[in-house]
Design a binder for this molecule. Structure first.
Ligand code: SF4
Length: 456
């Protein structure tokens, strides 16, 4: 299929050509490997230093309609259950550290979720202490975590303690300031004055970087409502705003959009991104066209060290906790998905996995390329360092098509998205798909082939 035909297919089914690769997990079925303690240990033993480290905290107050993460209801897990979970994390960290090559350094730690903001400062300190004692920390190592406005606002004193135990960056999920939409996506408890009170608590705690997350192209989101959300975010005066484009594939939100408010078109995605770019850069946040990150922090793009290492440099990353994902070399792995089974394995020191895939390099490259574009650029040196070949060698006529079509243009560091082309990203992404992924571009966005309920 020609790159032009691929582009057209991506534009015809834009929600399938999202930033998340693969377009459906069924693509990787032929690459499944037996997930045994030996195969998991072997995958970790191949890690290249430095790595990114991720700890998943699955507890959530409500389930958002767009969520595709492993979560469990907070209501069913009291402080003792959360303590047990943290001890499971500490045990799994020890097993992982043992399996990694000696001297492996950690570039950054993200404690994510779920809602890691439900952990106490003491529980976070326990995790951070385990990381510091078990791993070598790279220069510039940073700990980042995230929270809902509800958890941020609930206990300002706790957040001062969280800063004291070593967390330096916190991200608060505002997502939308439109009350009706907040309710429809299942986040009604996080509205009202909670974002402002939450920000006050985080600022008062003294974190060096405070981020506000927003989502655009939610079902039924209008341009004026999006502008109001952007203005609400600016009024909170964060260091960084991250404006994510909503991912629909296989999620509850896709079914709801197909029934109700309607799924956004590529033009909606483009117009809302372009508005965010204009408004946020006008308010003093630095960004590059196409990047979803807008930063006022000098010298920082705004994302965490973990995420920047993973997305821009293609560092190997290791996830710890319930159904946490890891990508080491070409081994893509997910931890156990049931909390009791995960806890039993972690306590016993047994390395376990729900899913393990040995991916052909072309699919690892595709994952990297699509995520790299969330920074607005395909970075030539980083790609070569990660994959041992040039972008031209990897993409050939596909790259030529994107350049000649005016979608990408040469830049000092590689090839960047041309201003105004955000709306063409579904086609651009599709043109970057390996051949065997292209049939999935024709799948409906709510797919009957969905075999695994979480992740990707
Ligand atoms: S989107 Fe975040 S807060 Fe919402 S249910 Fe998923 S993990 Fe929890």
């Amino acid at each position: 299929m020609t790159p032009g035909a691929l582009f057209a297919r991506g534009m015809a089914n834009p929600l399938r050509a999202s930033v998340m690769y693969p377009p459906d997990r069924s693509l990787f079925a032929p690459f499944r490997a037996a997930a045994t303690p030996g195969s998991v240990a072997a995958s970790l033993a191949a890690a290249r230093s430095p790595i990114g480290l991720y700890v998943h905290v699955p507890f959530c107050e409500t389930r958002c309609t767009y969520c595709d993460y492993a979560t469990v209801p907070l209501a069913g897990h009291d402080a003792a259950a959360r303590d047990a979970y943290v001890e499971g994390v500490v045990a799994e960290l020890a097993s992982v550290a043992e399996a990694l090559p000696p001297g492996t350094r950690v570039a950054g730690l993200d404690v994510g979720g779920g809602t890691p903001g439900v952990l106490s400062a003491r529980q976070l300190e326990r995790i951070l202490g385990a990381v510091a004692s078990r791993f070598s920390l790279a220069e510039g190592f940073e700990v980042s975590t995230e929270t809902t406005p509800t958890q941020a606002a609930a206990d300002p004193a706790k957040w001062r303690e969280v800063a004291r135990v070593g967390v330096t960056r916190v991200s608060m999920g505002l997502q939308t300031a439109e009350p009706g939409l907040l309710r429809r996506v299942g986040r009604a408890p996080h509205g009202g004055d909670r974002p402002a009170r939450g920000m006050e608590a985080l600022r008062g705690a003294g974190f060096s970087l405070v981020n506000v997350d927003l989502m655009f192209a939610l079902p039924g989101l209008t341009l004026p409502a999006w502008e109001a959300t952007l203005e609400a975010a600016v009024a909170l005066a964060p260091d960084v705003v991250t404006a994510y484009d909503t991912v629909y594939k296989n999620r509850r939100i896709a079914e709801e959009a197909s029934r109700g408010a309607g799924a956004p078109s590529p033009e909606d995605f483009g117009a809302q991104y372009d508005r965010a770019f204009g408004l946020l850069t006008g308010a003093g946040f630095a960004s590059r066209y196409g990047s979803v990150n807008f930063s006022r922090a000098p010298g920082r793009l705004g994302t965490s060290r973990y995420l920047e290492g993973r997305l821009r440099d293609g560092l190997d990353y290791v996830g710890v906790g319930l159904y946490a994902s890891s990508l080491v070399g070409t081994s893509w792995r997910f931890g156990l998905a049931r909390i009791d089974a995960w806890l039993a394995a972690a306590r016993s020191g047994r390395l376990a996995a729900e899913d393990l895939y040995r991916l052909p390099p072309r699919h690892v490259e595709a994952k990297f390329l699509l995520l790299a574009l969330t920074y607005g650029v395909l970075d030539a040196a980083r790609f070569r360092a990660r994959f041992g070949r040039t972008l031209e060698e990897a993409l050939g006529e596909r790259l030529l098509f994107l350049l000649e079509g005016g979608f990408l243009r040469p830049a000092p560091d590689g090839f960047e998205l041309v201003p105004g082309r955000f709306r063409d990203l579904p086609g651009i992404r599709a043109a970057l798909f390996p051949d065997d992924a292209t049939p999935l571009l024709d799948l409906p966005v709510v797919s009957p082939l969905r075999a695994v309920a979480l992740g990707a």
